[in-house]
Design a binder for this molecule. Structure first.
Ligand code: DX5
Ligand code: ZN
Length: 230
């Protein structure tokens, strides 16, 4: 599993009025996991969706992993609600938790996979003493809060550093990238060490909105680009 490349559409850019259908379509088009952005208008300047919507997707029949990216502060209170709602991964920003180790333990103790999210200016040293409690490291390649922003180039160097730390640990930790991922930069992102690729506007903005196969081509092209890394 940890060697497999995963495409994770961010539903932030989906048509929320038809969310169940949108998620069915991206999964039928070859996406692997559903990236679920939770924003609180406090930790980040935007407001999105919570556990009720996660639960609704499960009730709708979504069985793929749901990758809950918490951009909320504080984090601990809401974690059990996302566990109950069917989250697979729960990731959070270390700046949003008073006790990072405790929050990681909480997520795992409730049966979910746990991850830390690094903003562009957040040092990787936050992972130093908690590697054994991580299933995912998520590097933000934009500042969190909005879809459709441009990829910050210095993230490539940070990805290489994160990849080295993960490889050195020997642990099965996924390395996810989030923000500004497109068909034309996904290869260099792969080459820098990512194995899990969040893409919102690049996927949900593709094709004609009435075509049920509109996501096939962009997801297939992303996979072709990733495969060039060998
Ligand atoms: C931003 C979110 C991202 C966002 C990415 O705070 O965490 O997941 O949806 O959107 P794009 O792919 O459009 O940059
Ligand atoms: Zn995200």
């Amino acid at each position: 599993m940890s060697n497999q490349n995963l495409i994770a559409p961010s539903i932030l850019s989906a048509d929320f009025a038809r969310l169940g259908e949108e998620v069915n379509h991206v999964l039928a088009s070859g996406a692997d996991i559903v990236h679920f952005d939770v924003m609180d208008n406090h930790y980040v300047p935007n407001l999105t969706i919570g556990p009720l919507v996660c639960k609704a997707l499960r009730k709708h029949g979504v069985t793929a992993p749901i990758d809950v990216h918490l951009m909320v502060k504080p984090v601990d209170r809401i974690i059990p609600d996302f566990v109950d709602a069917g989250a697979t991964y729960i990731t959070f920003h270390p700046e949003a938790s008073e006790h990072v180790d405790r929050t990681l333990q909480l997520i795992r103790s409730l049966g979910c996979k746990a991850g830390l999210v690094f903003n562009p200016a957040t040092p990787l040293s936050y992972m130093d003493y908690v590697m054994d409690k991580l299933d995912m490291v998520l590097l933000m390649s934009v500042n969190p809060g909005f879809g459709g922003q441009a990829f910050i180039p210095s993230t490539l160097k940070k990805l290489r550093e994160a990849r080295a730390r993960i490889d050195e640990s020997g642990l099965p930790i996924r390395l996810e990238i989030d923000g500004g991922v497109k068909v034309d930069n996904i290869l260099e992102i792969k080459q820098a060490g990512a194995d899990t690729f969040v893409a919102g506007s690049a996927i949900f903005g593709a094709g004609q909105s009435t075509d049920p196969n509109r996501y096939d081509s962009v997801i297939a092209t992303m996979r072709d680009e990733i495969a060039k890394a060998g």
